[in-house]
Design a protein around this ligand. Structure first.
Ligand SMILES: Nc1ncnc2c1ncn2[C@@H]1O[C@H](COP(=O)(O)OP(=O)(O)OP(=O)(O)O)[C@@H](O)[C@H]1O
Length: 442
């Protein structure tokens, strides 16, 4: 079963207009697939040795899910999926880096050239600016709503991916309410919060006396959710020994309680969520590939808040309503100058962090300090000590250079001469770095 192509095409676009995604092309220039050309029809291209990838590289030095190329906000990003031999972009080993037109991507013994076309692919957008309890009018969010609306019409198993606080749980619940199973139960199991035997019996139930302490018979979440939806949160935390058992239930649609001899049929829609890329876990042997494909029949990415600051005013309204902050207490929190400051913040904890911040402001009747300003290059610098020193040093320096010169140029209104003088470097040096890191002058 392959990951449904086009279902993952959620990407960033300009504000307000339709969501256009720059078209890109990958040409294999070295390795067994040499000569193969892949043209994008959405925002993403997954590369790897497994046949479910968009671009399949039958090269033993390439991992099953090696890396992904994503077109977002008019540029290309390359994301390594914890591949065994690493992803090298223009000679530098990278985990998450921006590529430029003409960049060369090396995966094991294969190499590819990236080309960014002037043409665009259009991603379908929802007419709505909300989906259940989720609000957002940005193109990237309306593209997500369009996928959720389509998914709600079917019973297909779904995987929600996204950073913490991006609304995966709310999306699952809203999906349940929007679909044909809305009258049935919505049952949540947090796979990261329950351990060992307990998780098995939480999911599948147990018979009386099945293990020490099983004094009563217990119905599991699959049976409890019968006729409704089962939401498996943090599914990446599911222990390896339970994974084949879950796979069997998803395939055969029947469960066996712990300690029971027979199977019982179940009628459940499964929605799973994860805040990491399960393909990297598959590469690392932490997650079974067959279970991943069973769960990811459709994958929907919940976009982080920093990629859609234009949604913040509507989300603030929604959050203040749900927090029951009204009247005088709400006024300063809706003031345009304050909301503009919220739009500049980084929000690494996404909407949840924004919600907590607003709640704190409302209770204390004072505006606390905000997190670091968002924007390109503001993401936390993560040092990966499992990488060779030279490669990691090179990657961090590249990240620093990109962040520094982007900020520098913003600070000086895009004027290279002024920026060079303030930074104490030569103008040609700035131009060289802008080219190297594909930084556009603001
Ligand atoms: N688009 C949105 N509009 C309004 N509220 C939102 C939106 N996205 C998230 N929220 C709110 O943010 C909070 C966090 O959302 P949720 O728990 O669904 O995130 P999550 O991605 O499941 O997080 P985690 O991975 O940590 O479990 C909730 O209070 C939710 O109502």
């Amino acid at each position: 079963m392959s990951r449904a192509k086009g279902e993952t095409a959620v990407c960033e676009g300009g504000r307000g207009g339709p969501l256009d995604v720059r078209r890109f092309r990958l040409t294999v220039i070295e390795g067994p697939a040499r000569g193969q050309v892949w043209q994008s029809s959405g925002a993403r291209c997954s590369l790897g040795a497994h046949r479910s990838n968009d671009l399949v590289l039958a090269d033993p030095t390439v991992s099953r899910f090696h890396c992904e190329v994503v077109a977002e906000a008019g540029e290309l990003r390359v994301l390594d999926l914890q591949s065994r031999n690493g992803t090298v972009l223009d000679g530098v080993q990278v985990r998450d880096a921006r590529a430029r037109a003409g960049s060369v991507l090396r995966l094991g013994n294969s190499a590819l050239q990236l080309e960014l076309s002037a043409e665009v692919n259009e991603v379908p957008l929802s007419e709505a600016t909300s989906f259940g309890s989720l609000s957002g009018a940005s193109p990237v969010m309306r593209a997500t709503f369009a996928l959720l609306e389509r998914a709600a019409e079917s019973d297909v198993t779904l995987l929600l991916e996204g950073e913490t606080g991006t609304g995966k749980s709310q999306a699952a619940q809203s999906l349940h309410r929007a679909g044909a199973r809305q009258k049935g139960p919505f049952v949540i199991v947090d796979c990261g919060a329950i351990h060992g035997n307990l998780l098995e019996s939480e999911l599948f139930g147990h018979e009386k006396g099945a293990f020490t302490g099983a004094t009563e018979r217990r119905v599991g979440a699959f049976e409890e959710a019968s006729g409704g939806t089962l939401f498996l949160d943090e599914v990446g935390e599911l222990p390896l020994d339970l994974q084949p058992k879950l796979l069997r239930v998803l395939e055969a649609r029947e469960v066996r309680r712990v300690g029971a001899n027979s199977y019982r049929p179940v009628d459940v829609r499964v929605v799973a969520a994860t805040n990491r890329d399960l393909r990297a876990d598959v590469n690392a042997g932490r997650f079974r590939a067959d279970l991943y494909f069973r769960l990811a029949v459709i994958t929907i990415h919940m976009p982080p808040l920093r990629r859609r600051p234009e949604d913040i005013p509507a989300i603030v309204d929604e959050l203040l309503r749900s927090l029951a902050v009204r009247g005088e207490a709400a006024e300063p929190l809706r003031a345009p100058a304050f909301v503009a400051r919220l739009q500049q913040a980084a929000w690494t904890g996404n909407v949840r962090e924004l919600r907590n911040y607003l709640e704190r402001c409302a209770v204390l009747r004072t505006m606390g300090p905000l997190a670091e300003q968002a924007g390109p290059g503001s993401d936390e610098l993560v040092i990966d000590a499992s990488q060779p020193y030279a490669a990691e040093r090179q990657r961090i320096i590249a990240e620093f250079e990109r962040g520094y010169f982007e900020r520098l140029l913003r600070l000086h209104g895009g004027k290279v001469a002024r920026a060079a003088e303030a930074a104490g470097v030569d103008r040609t040096y700035i131009y060289r770095l802008l080219r190297r890191h594909a930084i556009e002058q603001p």
